[in-house]
Design a protein around this ligand. Structure first.
Ligand code: DAH
Length: 358
């Protein structure tokens, strides 16, 4: 067989080998028109070339058949991998971890209740911004109007790192979500300038070097609220919190405020609700006083507005900070805050789907 005929077959071989790599259905290469054309070509050749040419084409077909077989074997050896699988579903059957039944685990009550709380504020027009778990001295104290060396700093038993921030101060595990106030005011100031009030709630995990007991945890959740606009009064503060409480506890609620002190609000208030469990007649939940302290709040101190570049003659605002666990404990009659982080399944399962609370 002459070189020209050999080349003809070799060209088709190169072409089909290259195409094979791109095909999903590898076997279809054996039905390709180029291969068929080679078989057709046999008939057109002079008799002395037919046998050798036919053999060479058969040889090419066998070669392609072998390549197809190898590719299919390889594909079988590599079972498809589900890269989104939660764990090793790709491993051999006998080595797979057992799946948990759906009724075994559940969302933690802090998270599910926090979602309810946030959605109430969302409905009232508040945006939600998450707090953070490490902060600096300025946001924990300075921007909140705690002067250096002020005794009120000692009210917060803060955990601090050994490392220091660029100003040489230790980093802080936030002891309250108020650390976010300055950031929120700065971030939303352009909207305020554009005529929109600032209305933000800030959930977050906070840390205090507390002695732990049924009412105190070293790690717990808070939610801060910040509202700034024109002609904002303490009446707006009280109405906002009352509306929230009535929505969360699904009953009419009486509220009461008493003077308090926080450096970042003036006036500062302690906010209580009439005990909804005994209709203020006195019970164990309200320590027989008819009232339950819920949170700290007040009108944002002019210095705090000013530190964020907000004109405190034109704008006023209110803020509050509350413990999420406290709301949940009251709602569900939970008597010990330590249960939340205890990992006790009998406690947690009461909140699972269908489990309900007490
Ligand atoms: N940060 C305070 C605390 O954890 C609570 C608080 C009081 C927050 C008054 C506020 C506020 O925003 O205005 O004790």
């Amino acid at each position: 067989m002459n070189q020209e005929l050999t080349d003809e077959i070799n060209n088709v071989r190169g072409l089909l080998e290259a195409r094979l790599l791109t095909l999903d259905d590898k076997r279809s290469i054996l039905r390709s028109i180029e291969l068929k054309a080679l078989y057709e070509r046999i008939k057109t050749l002079p008799d002395e070339n037919k046998a050798a040419y036919g053999q060479a084409v058969n040889e090419l077909r066998r070669h392609l058949d072998q390549l197809v077989g190898e590719a299919e074997g390889f594909a079988q050896a590599l079972a498809p991998i589900d890269v989104s699988a939660p764990f090793a579903v790709n491993s051999a059957k006998d080595r797979r971890p057992g799946l948990l039944p759906a009724n075994y685990g559940s969302e933690h009550p802090i998270m599910s209740e926090q979602t309810k709380i946030l959605s109430i504020f969302k409905g009232m027009g508040f945006s939600i911004v998450e707090s953070r778990e490490i902060d600096d001295d300025w946001h924990m104290f300075g921007a909140l109007n705690f002067p250096e060396g002020h005794p009120a700093r000692d009210d917060y038993d803060t955990f601090m790192t050994i490392q220091t921030d660029p100003k040489g101060k230790q980093w802080i595990a936030p002891a309250h979500t108020s650390t976010m106030q300055n950031r929120i005011l700065e971030r939303y100031k352009p909207e305020l300038d554009g005529g929109q009030p600032i209305a933000v709630v800030i959930p977050g995990r906070v840390f205090r070097n507390e002695d732990v007991d049924a009412r105190h945890e070293h790690t717990f959740y808070q939610m801060e609220g910040v509202y700034v606009g024109e002609n904002v009064s303490i009446g707006n503060l009280i109405a906002t919190l009352k509306t929230f409480l009535e929505s969360y506890y699904e009953t009419e609620i009486k509220v009461r405020t008493q003077p308090f002190y926080f450096p970042f609000t003036e006036p500062s208030l302690e906010f209580s609700m009439g005990c909804p469990f005994c209709n203020q007649k006195g019970c164990r939940v309200c320590s027989h006083s008819g009232w339950i302290e819920m949170l700290g709040c007040g009108m944002i101190h002019p210095n705090v507005l000013q530190y964020a570049g907000i004109d405190h003659d034109k704008y006023q605002g209110f803020a509050w900070g509350c413990g999420i666990e406290r709301f949940i404990m009251l709602k569900h009659g939970i008597e010990d805050i330590r249960l939340f982080e205890s990992g006790r399944l009998d406690f947690l399962r009461q909140f699972s789907l269908g489990g309900g609370s007490q």
